[in-house]
Design a protein around this ligand. Structure first.
Ligand SMILES: NC(=O)c1ccc[n+]([C@@H]2O[C@H](COP(=O)([O-])OP(=O)(O)OC[C@H]3O[C@@H](n4cnc5c(N)ncnc54)[C@H](OP(=O)(O)O)[C@@H]3O)[C@@H](O)[C@H]2O)c1
Length: 354
């Protein structure tokens, strides 16, 4: 089993090579052993619509050395025709004797069907090696197929006393270059970045990503701001906002959304974005917007970079604004998923425990 855990870790790192390109498909990696347990091929799912990891690996083997061998993969092989033929069929065809799987694919089109097909062909199937890690790798995919909703991750960079800017909005820089580079790397795991007009106006950030969503209820941002210089932009404006006299650049799509109490209603906005095929968001904004995601229970994961600094000023901006809560028992409870030093800063990753 120990041996398979090592190989499953290899599958997970191979899978991550597809980051940013596989959505809405999961990230999958695969290792193939010959009958003497030597590694003979590795593969991964490069891009949505292209070969799945098992096919990518098996097609590299031309000499039949996979006959009688073992295939390790982080997700159950598919049993249905999608953009490519079923991987289970190719595994059977190749005479693989044993398949080691990280976790089941709960996609209704698969859902144990791949495992059954392999077993019916007389293949030994082991399921659940590093299951938690394998599910975590594809948490966005599982949210999509199991709960049919968008996955929301928040990112914030704070001082030790939870501040993201001084009272006059100065925020450059709280964390180190290493932390900022790490945040850019994490962005790629999500379909889109979401930010606010306030942050665009205060910081004029670039936020490089193929898809950026700006919440701009009153259409206050200017198209010559850095954020508009690259990628596709969805500009969410309040219902009924006038678009008169504004030349909309080619990379910008306007999305009107309903507003209540001068705020977009997240319970309407999020399904609207999900309906456009956006499966995950990486929110990079200030405390007002991020606090709203927490208040209404939409934060599935939080990345908090903490710099070893104390602003020591009550009027500094906090990372998560909220209401006047009088009982500690009413706080939202999270569980810490991981911690990591990024230069001199600490990256805390946590998820709701409610
Ligand atoms: N350290 C960090 O990680 C970090 C990251 C980003 C920004 N910042 C700093 O944060 C500051 C800006 O933060 P901020 O708190 O003023 O702004 P924010 O949280 O980025 O955005 C708040 C604005 O979003 C809009 N909004 C629309 N729907 C909303 C909803 N449902 N809930 C809440 N807000 C909604 C509202 O603007 P409208 O009224 O215009 O609709 C609201 O004023 C800047 O100083 C920036 O430097 C820090």
């Amino acid at each position: 089993m120990q041996k398979y855990e090592e190989l499953m870790k290899e599958c997970i790192s191979l899978a991550k090579k597809g980051v940013g390109s596989t959505s809405p498909n999961p990230m999958v990696g695969c290792v193939v052993l010959d009958k003497n347990d030597n590694i003979i091929a590795k593969g991964y799912h490069h891009k949505y619509g292209e070969n799945h990891a098992e096919r990518d690996a098996l097609l590299k083997i031309k000499d039949g050395s996979d006959r009688g061998g073992t295939l390790i993969v982080n997700l159950e092989p598919c049993s249905h025709f999608g953009k490519t033929p079923p991987c289970a069929d190719l595994i059977i065809e190749r005479g693989i004797k044993k398949v080691v799987i990280g976790c089941r694919d709960n996609n209704p089109k698969v859902n144990g069907g791949g495992i059954r097909k392999l077993q019916e062909a007389g293949i030994e199937v082991v399921v659940g090696v590093l299951e938690d890690e394998c599910r975590k790798l594809n948490e966005v995919f599982f949210m999509d197929i199991e709960k049919n909703r968008i996955f929301v991750a928040l990112k914030t960079a704070t001082t030790l006393d939870g501040k993201i800017a001084t009272s006059n909005g100065d925020s450059k820089w709280i964390t180190s270059e290493i932390s900022r580079a790490k945040a850019k790397e994490i962005r790629q795991y999500y379909d889109a970045i979401l930010t606010s007009s306030s942050t665009v106006i205060a910081d004029n950030p670039y936020m490089n990503h193929k898809l950026k969503i700006i919440l701009d209820r009153e259409f206050k941002t200017k198209f010559n701001s850095n954020i508009y210089a690259s990628g596709n932009i969805i500009l969410v404006v309040g219902d009924g906002v006038s678009l008169d006299n504004r030349d909309i650049p080619d990379n910008v799509t306007i999305l009107p959304c309903s507003v209540k109490n001068n705020k977009f209603e997240l319970n309407i906005l999020l399904p609207l974005l999900y309906g456009k095929g956006i499966k995950s968001l990486f929110v990079e904004a200030g405390g007002v917007l991020e606090g709203s995601f927490i208040k209404y229970g939409y934060a599935d994961k939080i990345y908090q970079f903490v710099a070893p600094k104390i602003l020591n000023d009550n009027s500094g901006k906090s990372c998560f604004d909220g209401d006047n809560i009088l009982k500690m028992a009413d706080s939202k409870v999270f569980k810490i998923v991981s911690t990591e030093m990024t230069g001199d800063d600490l990256l805390l990753v946590y998820s709701p425990n409610y």
